[in-house]
Design a binder for this molecule. Structure first.
Ligand code: ATP
Ligand code: MG
Length: 384
């Protein structure tokens, strides 16, 4: 396959990047969302009930907590689908803001993601959110913000002011800016919630930045008087910035804050997921048992182990007789997700391994150019 990087970068890195991108072995979620949804009926019902509460005009906070891969995002997705199906004509406005790994060092990152998510949910087809669009759409058409607040929003979203510079206070202090961001968010959410109930999902909160969390904590009291359901989705990382928002919700609105702890799947639920994922394959009962034991009710781990086993233990296709089973060394099944990922890395080509090693030394985020420059300083592998 032709490289997508052509000759912009050195050949070793080029091979490595191509290998990583082409490798199924690094594709961690290939069976994603194709499986039936198992278990979680009471948690789903709690969320559906909360949805009804917000539709009835009352604000709430929902906290969904659980270990990585336990099914938080899938539960939210299931909830949204089911809820919208039962409200075909009067949805709430769903706003889904998701942080990503390593975002916690970027000031106001979650706030930016949230504002973008709000604008996206109002105009899902709008490809570019720039200053003039914010003014035209948010300010002039929907009267959600004043000119000044529109300018603040544009500033936060990193858009240059161009002709509109004079609208904005010159060189505001950090504290001024923070207050303006907070007021803009409050006004925008209040004005939106007066038009239609809002369900705001903040996903992967464990990676949120501190400045956004401090500011969002001040918005929580709005929930007392407006139909806003704020759904905080987080891994159980109580020292993270994001957890402060959970604590603030508990302190500020107590009984209006409902918590859902996602526990591991029951064995029969895990089994039905395994059966479904292996439906067209003839898997030894012993293998199923080992997957069941090692995955410990974590659906992500189940999917990954099934995928690993299916790459090794499969039926002979087109056989009319009882499909023949190939043996699989059960000792090869890793005991943890980390071990599973390490096993995949071991199967990569040397250039790909080198590329990942260089990238991991550089740090959490980097440009392709930096990766290119750095990888030129390490010896290239044979054939590069
Ligand atoms: N109840 C379920 N039934 C079937 N599949 C599920 C279920 N829950 C999760 N899965 C599947 O397991 C995988 C991991 O789930 P999900 O991404 O929701 O985990 P998560 O808790 O959000 O993880 P993270 O902390 O990494 O965000 C997904 O492919 C998802 O489709
Ligand atoms: Mg998730």
């Amino acid at each position: 396959m032709a490289s997508i990087f052509t000759d912009r970068i050195n050949p070793g890195l080029q091979n490595g990047m191509d290998d990583i991108l082409n490798q199924q072995t690094l594709e961690l979620k290939t069976v994603h969302n194709q499986s039936i949804f198992v278990g979680r009926q009471s948690e789903l019902q709690t969320l559906l009930d909360l949805g009804e509460t917000v539709m009835a005009g009352l604000g709430r906070v929902a906290v969904v907590v659980g270990e990585p891969g336990i099914g938080k995002s899938r539960l939210i997705q299931q909830w949204k689908e089911k809820f919208n199906n039962t409200h075909p004509n009067n949805f709430p406005l769903w706003i889904n803001a998701k942080t990503i790994t390593f975002d916690e060092d970027l000031a106001f990152n979650l706030l930016k993601v949230l504002f973008r998510a709000i604008i996206h949910s109002l105009t899902p087809d709008q490809p570019k959110i720039d200053f003039s669009y914010i003014l035209k759409f948010i300010v002039e058409k929907h009267h959600l913000l004043t000119d000044m607040q529109g300018s603040v929003l544009a500033l936060l979203l990193d858009n240059p002011f161009e002709d509109e510079k004079e609208n904005f206070i010159q060189q505001p202090s950090a504290q001024d800016l923070q207050n303006q961001y907070k007021n803009t968010l409050k006004v925008l959410l209040s004005n939106l919630a007066k038009k239609q109930p809002l369900i705001i999902v903040l996903e992967d909160l464990q990676w949120a930045d501190r400045s956004s969390i401090n500011l969002l904590a001040e918005v929580i009291p709005l929930i007392r008087s407006l139909p806003i359901l704020l759904c905080l989705v987080s891994r159980d990382e109580r020292k993270s910035n994001g957890w402060q928002l959970v604590s603030a919700s508990r302190n500020l609105i107590g009984q209006q804050c409902i918590e859902i702890n996602l526990e591991k799947l029951e064995d029969d639920e895990s089994l039905s997921l395994i059966r479904q994922l292996t439906e067209f394959h003839n898997i030894f009962t012993d293998t199923v048992k080992v997957i069941l034991e090692k995955s410990e009710g974590n659906p992500f781990f189940i999917e990954e182990l099934v995928q690993m086993v299916l790459g090794n233990e499969t039926t002979q296709e087109n056989s009319l007789a009882q499909p023949e089973k190939k043996s699989f060394d059960l000792a090869q099944i890793p005991d943890s997700l980390q071990a599973l990922i390490a096993a995949r890395l071991d199967r990569l080509e040397p250039d790909a391994v080198l590329t990942l090693q260089v990238a991991s030394v550089i740090g959490r985020s980097f440009s392709l150019k930096l990766l290119d420059d750095s990888s030129r300083t390490v010896p290239q592998t044979a054939g590069a």
